[in-house]
Design a protein. Structure first.
Length: 229
């Protein structure tokens, strides 16, 4: 596990101390597109198969909307992918437009954040296609990537993701919670790893911890979407 220096997690504007803890990175290299399987189901990816010295930061849900999160993302000048739940964002969709301006790209994470695995086709179509449709209407770009809630899926989930016009669904290699990075394997972020965090009260600590772990591994944050053909 990797933990950053203590960082405040209460809502409010990001202070100079928080901003000073953002690591600096060299530019990401030109993306090398991966190859996706051909067939009726969307790809299922836990990481991006690349030897390039990059990692991918993804942020889920959207329940907690702190002003300091916008400032941190904008100040970091790093790309992030947001997998947003419609129920979580509907009270303030404009918040995420400000994150877009800071380098975020918005992708789909269902309407209501249910468990999808084992659910009927129609249920999964409603949740997956419905979220992509609504996010497209809200932000002017229909998602091309999907993350199932809890990272749980079955074949129906992947078939429906493809039917809904999205190319791939995603799991992760590292998670961040309360300022601590949890590794599935080893103690270092590896090239191509996908890191998961959430819009939670400890966003500042989580964001800084994720960036520091990427930096400590000698990697640069890159945009997930750039690697998907």
């Amino acid at each position: 596990m990797s933990a950053p220096p203590d960082a405040p997690s209460s809502p409010g504007a990001a202070g100079a101390d928080l901003l000073s803890r953002i690591p600096t990175f060299p530019p990401a290299p030109p993306a090398e597109k991966i190859t996706l399987p051909v067939g009726p189901a969307a790809a299922w990816l836990t990481h991006i198969p690349t030897s390039q010295k990059v990692a991918f930061l993804t942020i889920d849900d959207g329940w907690v909307k702190q002003p300091e999160a916008i400032q941190l993302v904008q100040a970091a000048h790093v790309p992030v992918t947001l997998f947003l739940t419609i129920d979580a964002i509907r009270n303030n969709p404009g918040y995420f437009k400000r994150l877009e301006a800071g380098g975020a790209v918005i992708e789909a994470h269902t309407l209501t954040h249910p468990e999808l695995k084992g659910k009927p086709l129609a249920f999964q179509q409603h949740e997956i296609c419905g979220s992509a449709d609504q996010l497209g209407a809200l932000y002017g770009r229909r998602p091309v990537l999907f993350r199932p809630p809890f990272g749980d899926k079955d074949l129906t989930t992947l078939l429906v993701t493809h039917q809904c016009g999205m190319k791939a669904a995603f799991f992760w290699k590292e998670t961040v919670d309360k300022g601590v990075v949890h590794f599935q394997e080893g103690h270092t972020v590896q090239p191509g790893d996908i890191i998961l965090m959430h819009f939670r009260p400890a966003f500042a600590a989580d964001f800084l911890a994720a960036l520091q772990a990427i930096h400590d591994a000698g990697l640069t944050p890159a945009l997930l979407e750039n690697y998907i053909p």
